[in-house]
Design a binder for this molecule. Structure first.
Ligand code: G6P
Length: 464
């Protein structure tokens, strides 16, 4: 089945490097995809000869596939929209994402009913479509690196179709501990692990997630078998970020942000997808608490919070977005004065403006309940002009690498987060810039291109 001129290196992920939109005049415009996975993999350009297999996610993407429009080195799969919606919204984002991020809580608990079984069949079909496309595109003995929880079954399916391939899988999320993983129906828990264990090698972002995966295998699959496990802590792309952050559009955004902030004020910055695991509401509450506990900060600090739309097909994400907006408005109403808006909230995705905020940041607030890595925590210290202080959740994967120079917080503890914000705001300038230098060094230790290469070498080196 291998095509003789097939690709030697293949990457598979749900979201690809670009997405398309149909303009009113019928033409297509391309935009960069978002999220940690795409930021990491975008460094692997077409010049590496790798083929990136991804899903068509929007009507524009489907139209691009139909018209044969595309980027070199990218193959978009036009999986039927209803199958994709079941797999992506129903299984991947409502169940697997929640399990790995420990997000279930009353009344938001899973019900594994007939509807879920139908969605699960779509998840299998969607994974099969990827496995078949990869089997078709891969050269004899090629290396395939499958990405993330959307495609957990692909390694096993691909192994059955193409035993000659070197198959890797990389998780950009945490992995659930066994006590939580067992929320899943038995047969599905086993199928997920069997799918993963079809790979020669599995990659995780931290030791902690790798340990949890091993523990799940011990408990539900009789161990790892011959599959190897490695840890590759994806770092920030310093060269790209520093160059991009000094382009003109970023300078324009800095000027307008400065106006919104007001002269002489300190800036606490956060940039996230509006994602439950990012814990934006508790972050806002902590900022409100700071203004209560330390009224001396009133008029002297502004919280610049960017909460970009994510997974809006899911009601729980739409509700969360509304909650973020409500809490930000409440803080502004309660503490604001004619010349001072305590929270500047922006919800429209704008990468140049994110970089502008990074450059202006005195303090970065990154407080997820649980996060595979969190690249924002790694990007801000690299880009900030004056060297920012970092308030960082101990539950973010990035904490394993940045914990020494960040101010660690328990993300559930609003009072302690307020205390950490005060500590960050009052950190002496010299200490702050020394710490920021060390943070930036740790954050860029494994830049994306190297991160990918490291996995590829390990995958090729080991016996299959
Ligand atoms: C996380 C996941 C990625 C995902 C990203 C954005 O980083 O690990 O796989 O692409 O979130 O989420 P989305 O659902 O918009 O692709």
């Amino acid at each position: 089945m291998a095509s003789t001129d097939g690709a030697e290196v293949l990457v598979a992920s749900n979201r690809g490097p670009v997405s398309y939109q149909v303009r009113e005049d019928g033409s297509l415009t391309a935009r960069r995809g978002g999220g940690g996975l795409v930021s990491g993999l975008s460094a692997i350009g077409p010049e590496t000869g790798a083929l990136w297999v991804c899903s068509a996610l929007s009507d524009g993407d489907r139209e691009a596939v139909r018209r044969g429009v595309g980027e070199p080195g990218v193959r978009m799969l036009d999986i039927p929209a209803d199958v994709h919606a079941d797999a992506y919204n129903g299984v991947a984002n409502s169940v697997l994402w929640f399990v790995h991020h420990l997000l279930y809580q009353t009344p938001l608990e899973p019900v594994f009913d007939a509807e879920f079984r139908r969605q699960w069949a779509s998840y299998e079909a969607y994974n099969r479509a990827f496995a078949e496309a990869l089997a078709e595109e891969a050269a004899e003995g090629a290396a395939v690196v499958v990405q993330d929880y959307h495609l957990t079954l692909v390694p096993g399916m691909l192994r059955a179709l193409r035993p000659d391939l070197r198959i890797g899988h990389f998780s950009h999320t945490p992995w659930a501990p066994p006590e939580y993983f067992r929320i899943l129906p038995d047969d599905i828990a086993r199928q997920l692990l069997a799918g993963m264990l079809g790979a020669d090698r599995l990659g995780f972002l931290t030791q902690r997630w790798a340990r949890a995966f091993r523990a799940c295998c011990e408990e539900f699959a009789g161990g790892l078998g011959t599959t190897r496990v490695g840890v590759h802590g994806l770092g920030a792309d310093a060269d790209f970020l520093r160059r991009r952050a000094h382009e003109d559009d970023v300078a324009d955004r800095m000027a307008s942000l400065r106006e919104e902030i007001g002269a002489g004020r300190r800036t606490v910055v956060r940039v996230d997808r509006t994602e439950l695991s990012k814990n934006i509401v508790r972050g806002l509450l902590a900022y409100g608490r700071l203004l209560d506990d330390h009224p001396e900060w009133r008029e002297r600090v502004v919280h610049v919070a960017f909460a970009y739309p994510s997974r809006q097909d899911l009601a729980v994400y739409r509700d969360y977005t509304a909650e973020v907006q409500r809490v930000a408005a409440e803080i502004n109403e309660r503490y604001g004065t004619p010349g001072w808006t305590p929270v500047v909230l922006h919800v429209k995705d704008d990468f140049a403006r994110s970089l502008a905020a990074y450059r202006l940041a005195d303090v970065a607030l990154v407080n997820p309940i649980r996060d595979g890595m969190n690249l924002v925590a790694k990007e801000v210290p690299v880009v900030s002009d004056e060297g920012c202080a970092l308030v960082l959740s101990r539950e973010a994967g990035a904490y394993e690498e940045l914990g020494e120079d960040a101010i660690g917080v328990n993300p559930y503890d609003v009072v302690d987060t307020a205390r950490a914000l005060h500590e960050a705001l009052t950190m002496p300038a010299g200490e702050r810039s020394e710490r920021a230098k060390r943070l930036a060094a740790a954050a860029t230790a494994l830049p994306p291109a190297q991160w990918f290469l490291e996995q590829l070498q390990a995958l090729r080196a080991e016996p299959s």
